[in-house]
Design a protein around this ligand. Structure first.
Ligand SMILES: *[C@@H]1O[C@H](CO)[C@@H](O)[C@H](O)[C@H]1NC(C)=O
Length: 262
């Protein structure tokens, strides 16, 4: 907004405390309509400003999924749960999550009504807390190398969600693992993968994963899915996007929705 330069002498007299609207009013007595319009404009700007100020909460949430300078797609799964529920509805009744820190996702899912959840932890669980150890003892969470067949029967789960794991697999292993994930899913497969250029691998995690994450572009993934005859779950993709827009949710990771092929 441009303002006409104020006469410095006048500002001195006013003590600088004069309001924008009243200074205009004194100058343009002949046009009360204009000053009313400007007061309205000022009010709108103030309201707009206070709204943009409240946007801080969403950046707080964003900061949550950025751990130790790297983005965690497993945390992103937790953030996305309300959106996934909107997109998948009843398909969320029996969920398998595959990825590091799976206990955190499984515990969160188990708090939901009408939701059963299991987890596969692809790496060690040396630093697991008491509640995670209890999930492992009950057989709800298993430690398993996802390069090998999963210890579940076909279509054991309505939905399979995988995060922070496919990024660490070479195409050779992806060729084995993705069909396995699709095999144990009855209704859908959701993949959370990092964006290229995203800062992630924590130094401690490098040794855990054995190799650094290879962050692939969405065009790489889509080409890969097409080559391997993994079809996009168009209905879920659409619903997920609609729910994201409605809640101003912007995923910090790439999210792909696939049909299990049987
Ligand atoms: C993975 O599977 C696809 C499709 O069957 C094939 O074209 C590709 O060569 C395989 N990649 C590797 C590394 O085995």
């Amino acid at each position: 907004m441009s303002r006409r330069p104020v006469n410095p002498a006048r500002r001195l007299v006013d003590g600088g405390g004069i309001s924008f609207a009243s200074s205009l009013h004194s100058k343009s007595r002949s046009s009360p309509l204009l000053s009313i319009g400007l007061v309205l404009l000022g009010t709108i700007l103030l309201i707009g400003y206070s709204y943009s100020g409240s946007g801080g909460s969403s950046s707080d949430i964003k900061a949550l999924s950025k751990l130790e300078g790297g983005v965690s797609c497993t945390l992103e799964v937790q953030r996305a749960l309300p959106i996934l529920k909107k997109a998948y509805g009843d398909s969320m009744r029996k969920v398998l999550h595959v990825g590091p820190d799976t206990c955190s996702v499984v515990s969160k899912l188990l708090k939901e009504v009408d939701t059963e959840a299991w987890g596969v932890e692809p790496y060690d669980l040396d630093d697991a807390d008491v509640s995670c150890k209890s999930l492992v003892r009950k057989g709800i969470v298993r430690v398993a190398d996802i390069k090998f067949p999963l210890p579940y029967r076909a279509k054991s789960f309505s939905l399979v969600i995988i995060s922070d794991a496919v990024d660490y697999l070479s195409p050779k292993y992806l060729n084995r693992t993705l069909p396995e994930l699709a095999r144990v899913s009855a209704e859908g497969l959701v993949i959370f993968a990092g964006y290229p250029g995203q800062h992630r691998a924590k130094v401690a995690e490098l040794s855990k994963f054995g190799r650094p994450a290879k962050l692939r572009s969405s065009s790489w993934w889509i080409r890969y899915f097409v080559q391997n005859r993994l079809e996009e779950n168009e209905a879920a993709t659409k619903k997920f996007e609609q729910a994201s827009t409605k809640r101003s949710y912007k995923p910090a990771c790439q999210v792909f929705h696939l049909n299990p092929h049987h």
